[in-house]
Design a protein around this ligand. Structure first.
Ligand code: DON
Length: 555
């Protein structure tokens, strides 16, 4: 078994099993939330108990995670929310990705260096995004959905052992005085599981958001504190940047896969377009007949990934600034790509275009899924980019800032195997959104959500979503098995396959066969896919065993 999965099982799953409950799974006909934060999942379910719908629950869960899951839960970052309404109207995508500040220039990060600083912060989108989702779909008053997070921050919440360790370690390494002050233990020392964390400044900021909506963040005191923090730390975000920021309603990427409707993230995410290519390539083959762990099926999955990621690097960026070819998501294009796969040999990535390797993305983001009793589904992925983002806490406002500007291509025209990409689609421009891999996805059947999924993991996200989707749709796995199964990742460059089952003796023959086909196979932890599957009238929520999340049901 992989070490990380073993550790997850030891720290997260075993304790809850010993207490007689496995909170990773929850089923109900009335509504379910699956997230990486037990407290936040419970808050989402409680909001539905109060009469809230899936969007109310999602907004409350997201605000709660800004308190209880500081590696990725946020109000100082950005993300994407996909809503599948239950009244027959089409799914809607809410883009609250960060933007480059007005003062940005294409060469601002050409020198490289640490990304843990003010300069890498993009203009945060989360509060605008959650507010827009609520304005469009919410049932309960805004205050009701923000208030649980206000209480958590002001009154404190009990940390589990994993969070206590993560915060203690980060405080120790941090160079940001405000981070140390806010997240450090009074009198020094390590936090322990069971300790209570109070975040008063964050509570006051959340209170302003509860009282004044977006103006509580993008104007007035919070905006002033953020702009002052930028000035002190050499960052670029101004009060003007904040007041100009808007979340956007976009049309999701939509395609069919084996008769199901798949809705996923459009640009500025690369997720939906790349997923559409990979799944529609695979649709040309009978994966089920080949078998989930057969070398042939695996070879096809890897080659579909290689092709999807090659096109991702070549063509994708913020579609408000660049034109993206429509054909990328068509069946005919996927058919051409499928025909280029040699069933007996790994394709050399060079033959799909010049060697380009993107910067490695770090693995801290979070995804949660929600459904309510009417069948309205929400798929939400949001992030600070790296774990704890830039590591900068806004003085007096208590929230962490993202370092999302690192998702732009830093050096125009410079592409190499080492970690730089210079294709023009994703170069920095003022007010442009940086290309993302976040892929909140909803698979629909007969106009209703069937599978709600998504994941963190930087560029690996799209492949995690692919694996979960084929596990359910092609191989008929139940949701728990579909999520726990080892995942596979290939990103065109670097020219390697990461297969989470690579060290498992049960997969030794598979690894041998793939190696014989010319694939370089290594292992690696991939994703955290808190998902929901709808069968009949019942919604099954499953939190990924890799991270200690919880699925909570409305009774
Ligand atoms: O938007 C993106 O694709 C990245 N900034 C997400 C980073 C990420 O997933 C790191 N986490 N696990």
């Amino acid at each position: 078994m992989k070490r990380t999965l073993r550790i997850s099982l030891l720290f997260f799953v075993l304790p809850s099993l010993l207490m007689g409950q496995d909170r990773r799974n929850a089923s109900s006909p009335f509504g379910v939330v699956a997230s990486s934060s037990p407290i936040a999942s419970d808050i989402g379910a409680a909001i539905m108990e109060q009469g809230g719908n899936a969007v109310d629950a999602a907004v409350a869960t997201a605000f709660a995670m800004a308190v209880t899951y500081p590696t990725a839960g946020n109000i100082g970052g950005g993300g994407f929310m996909l809503v599948h309404p239950s009244d027959g109207s089409p799914p809607v995508f809410i883009d609250y990705r960060e933007k480059a500040p007005l003062a940005s220039t294409p060469l601002m990060f050409a020198e490289g260096g640490s990304r843990k600083n003010h300069r890498y912060a993009g203009v945060p989108g989360t509060v605008r995004g959650l507010s827009l989702a609520h304005e469009l779909y919410g049932n309960l008053p805004w205050k009701n959905v923000v208030e649980p997070a206000v209480r958590l921050a002001k009154d404190g919440f009990v940390m589990h052992a994993g969070l206590a360790r993560s915060i203690s370690r980060t405080v120790q390494r941090s160079k940001n005085a405000e981070f140390k002050r806010v997240y450090g233990k009074a009198g020094g020392g390590q936090w322990q599981g069971g300790d209570k964390m109070v975040l008063s400044d964050l509570g006051a900021t959340l209170q302003r958001i509860a009282d004044h909506g977006t103006a509580g963040f993008y104007k007035g005191e919070t905006a002033k504190l953020l702009a002052a923090e930028m000035k002190r730390g050499g960052g670029f975000i101004t009060e003007e940047d904040l007041s100009r920021y808007r979340a956007r309603v976009r049309v999701p990427i939509h395609f069919t896969y084996r008769g199901f409707d798949v809705y996923s993230a459009p640009p500025p995410s690369s997720g939906g377009i790349t997923l559409a290519q990979m799944l529609q390539i695979l649709e040309n083959f009978d994966l089920k007949a080949l078998g989930r762990w057969s070398p042939q099926a695996h070879h096809l999955i890897i080659e579909a990934m290689r092709r999807g990621y090659a096109n991702r690097a070549k063509f994708l960026g913020d579609s408000d600034f660049v034109t993206i070819p429509d054909r990328l998501t068509t069946k005919s294009f996927a058919k051409e790509l499928a025909a280029s796969i040699d069933p007996k040999k790994a394709t050399a990535s060079d033959t799909l275009g010049p060697p380009i390797t993107e910067e490695e993305e770090s693995r801290e983001t979070t995804h949660f899924s929600v459904i309510d009793k009417t069948g309205m589904g929400v798929s939400n992925t949001y992030t600070l980019e790296a774990g704890y983002g830039s590591g900068v806490v806004v003085k007096g406002a208590g929230f962490l800032l993202n370092n999302e500007m690192g998702d732009f291509n830093p050096k125009p025209g410079v592409t190499n195997r080492k970690g730089t990409i210079g294709s023009s689609a994703n170069l920095i421009k003022p007010e442009k959104r940086m290309l993302s891999s976040m892929t909140p996805t909803i698979v629909g059947k007969n106009g209703k959500p069937y599978l709600i999924t998504g994941s963190p993991g930087g560029r690996t996200i799209i492949n995690t979503v692919l694996c979960v989707t084929i596990n359910v749709l092609d191989f008929g796995m139940d949701l728990r098995s579909a999520i726990d199964a080892p995942r596979t990742d290939h990103e065109w460059f670097p020219e390697r396959v990461r297969f989470a089952g690579a060290r498992d003796p049960a997969h030794a023959d598979l690894v041998k066969a793939l190696t014989a086909l010319g694939h370089k196979v290594s292992s690696g932890r991939l994703g955290d896919a808190n998902s929901i599957l709808c069968t009949g009238d019942t919604y099954h929520g499953a939190a990924d065993s890799r991270s200690g999340g919880v699925a909570a049901a409305k009774k």
